[in-house]
Design a protein around this ligand. Sequence first.
Ligand SMILES: [Zn+2]
Ligand SMILES: [Zn+2]
Length: 310
Amino acid sequence: MQPLLSPEEIATQAPGDVSPNRLPAGRVFSQRAERLRALAGGHAMGDFLLFCARIADAQQQELERLIPLAPRPDADTLKRCRQHGMPPLDAQGAELPEAWFDAFTQLVARLEPWSPPVLQSALMSVPGLGRSALDDLARGILRCDENPDTVIELALAPLVGAALQVTWTARALALAEHDIPAGFEDSLCPACGSHPVASIVRIGEAGHGVRYATCSLCACEWHVTRIKCVLCHNTKGIAYQALEGEEGALNPGVKAETCPECHASLKIVSMEKDPFVDAFADDLATLTLDMLVDEAGFHRAGRNLFLFTP
Ligand SMILES: [Zn+2]
Ligand SMILES: [Zn+2]
């Protein structure tokens, strides 16, 4: 008879035959839009979530245009990246791909009629801002290293982030899973080097109960062991908080995983509890959980490009 595993053993278990990295689904943005619409019903931030769903729909259309155009890194680059654990679609140091700006222009054209007033007036300023200011804003978002210079830039940041997401997701879909470095279980995406938005416990063909961190930029996922801090790899004293309503858990599929070592909190969404969770969408719908863990002394480690909080 197999002895039961202790939490410590589960935390350090090797992934076995589950894949170390997962590419985004080809319909990632339309699935996200659907989830956002489902979460918006009766939600205090329903209008915001519905606008985010419109952005995700526009992202899906743009993704389909970009997929056939996305370049694949050459074989030497991919080999070098695999050997040294470097992200082949480096979002931090490499040059900004030209495609991002076309994606931004397309998203603006599709979303302008539906935009809330603050975004509408920011969009009117886009022609006057100039390309270099927008490129700077995009680089700042990718590197998480600067605050927007103006109120206009702050209002535009989620749309710039949305354009960057589509660009990198199309590039990720030009890769094969084995192109992405594996075995370096890290706190950053092995495909592009960006921060996770949250982590997801998957079911089905991905392996039952296997956890992945979801990239905030390219939507790739990388395996991370359970009951272990994604940021600092600590396995001691990991705890979970959830939003409780009068009739039990408000979002049964979402918890905040807190680490007493680095005081970080990263959300974990579970398909075991709710098969329709989406790390990005469910993160947006549970911002009150961030406030709760913040009050308990843990800082939000997940990055969501629709919330401009560098
Ligand atoms: Zn990534
Ligand atoms: Zn930690």
